[in-house]
Design a protein around this ligand. Structure first.
Ligand code: SAH
Length: 361
């Protein structure tokens, strides 16, 4: 059963929590206690210093807004999570350990309205936007689950590449970035945060003016509008030319090099497509991530093989375009957006009764 979504503490900055604490008539020092508790991602009852009278006054605020209800560990420690939200919606995230720091990939919406052909997130359309606290909650949940704390984080990088189109939930996503990067909060530098978009051009211009030096990634996946429109409906709204112009503006305003995601399908790997890609991006201070598609059971999109992926990388580099082939971490655990959630939801018994699933901390 779907419930009404609750407000949560992680929707607010320290200053905003302090204002609520004052309004409820409690002394100011309670603000710091509540703020610390919310970042340690412990429930009211787990706190040794927030008294019952305070937590009761905050009973309409959830303090653990995204609960881990399922965890699958794959190769090299990649861990896929399902998070249960207060209205019984489910989103997913992935933890990717790395030598230079651990990354968590999180969702910004329940479902997705974009309907890209190869992606599992949009199969049932958009359900709703996530609040800033629900987005933050996913990071905090994984940080706690991996034995991190506020001052000794288990996570150093965040990518907004789970389900949803972050720029279609613009205000909440920007607030999330401000909250998670706050010096008195988790203090994760915006430079370590990557936002991936299918190219909502007008929002890219807005983002460029936020003063947040995050990395912008464009899910391009095709070098001509004609090809792109075949599997990304949004391509009928925004042309590649306009997207690249907006991305160039983002670079000139922020000094942050933009990345392009280019999934290797039979169409996008063709010689003409790669020629178009070179023409489009040659000479620009950009990076291309060539992506080997994870197979999605419900979707039939043919990928290209390792040999062709290598050839394409070489062609790009010969043209002075920096490119890497994304290692397909997570394919063994359904690492592609939306896959794990879809399989979970297809088991009707699980939808009917979450209570039989223990919450993992
Ligand atoms: N809506 C945003 C962010 C979510 S998708 C966007 O479009 O960028 C994050 C990335 O995963 C996108 O580049 C998307 O194209 C890619 N992706 C989706 N399904 C995939 C699959 N089956 N295999 C590999 N990558 C996939």
């Amino acid at each position: 059963m779907i419930h009404k979504r609750k407000k949560c503490i992680q929707d607010y900055s320290y200053e905003e929590i302090a204002a609520i604490v004052l309004e409820k008539g409690f002394p100011k020092f309670r603000s710091q206690q509540i703020f610390e508790l919310s970042l340690s991602y412990r429930d009211w009852l787990e706190s040794s210093n927030v008294p019952k009278v305070v937590s009761e006054a905050f009973s309409d605020y959830e303090i653990v807004p995204a609960k881990i209800i399922s965890k699958v560990i794959g190769r090299r420690g990649v861990t896929k999570y399902l998070f249960l939200l207060t209205d019984n919606s489910i989103v997913e995230g992935v933890y990717l350990p790395n030598n230079y720091g651990n990354t968590v990939c999180i969702s910004t919406q329940v479902g997705c309205a974009m309907g890209c052909e190869f992606c599992a997130s949009g199969i049932n359309g958009l359900i709703r936007d996530l609040s800033p606290g629900e987005i933050q909650g996913q990071v905090l949940a994984v940080n706690r689950e991996k034995n991190g704390t506020k001052n000794n984080r288990a996570i150093s990088n965040i990518v907004l590449m789970g389900s949803g189109e972050p720029l279609n939930n613009y205000c909440n996503v920007v607030k999330f970035i401000r909250l998670i990067s706050a010096e008195n909060g988790m203090n994760i530098s915006p430079r370590n945060i990557t936002l991936s978009t299918c190219g909502i051009t007008d929002k890219i211009y807005l983002l460029a003016k936020e003063g947040l030096p995050i990395t912008l990634t464009i899910s391009l996946h095709a070098a001509s509008d004609f090809d792109r429109q075949k599997f990304m409906p949004i391509a009928k709204v925004y042309s590649i030319k306009d997207i690249v112009k907006a991305a160039d503006y983002y670079y000139s305003s922020t000094g942050r090099r933009v990345s392009y995601e280019y999934a290797l399908t039979k169409i996008s790997s063709k010689e003409e497509s790669i020629d178009d890609l070179v023409k489009l991006l040659k000479g620009k201070p950009i990076h291309i991530n060539l992506i080997r598609l994870n197979p999605v059971q419900e979707k039939e999109v043919l990928g290209s093989d390792d040999k062709r992926a290598d050839e394409i990388r070489k062609i790009l580099e010969d043209n002075g375009i920096s490119a890497t082939i994304r290692r397909s971490l997570g394919s063994d655990i359904e690492g592609a957006c939306g896959q794990l959630r879809n399989h979970f939801l297809s088991d009707e018994k699980k939808i009917r009764d979450f209570s039989e699933y223990s919450v993992i901390n």
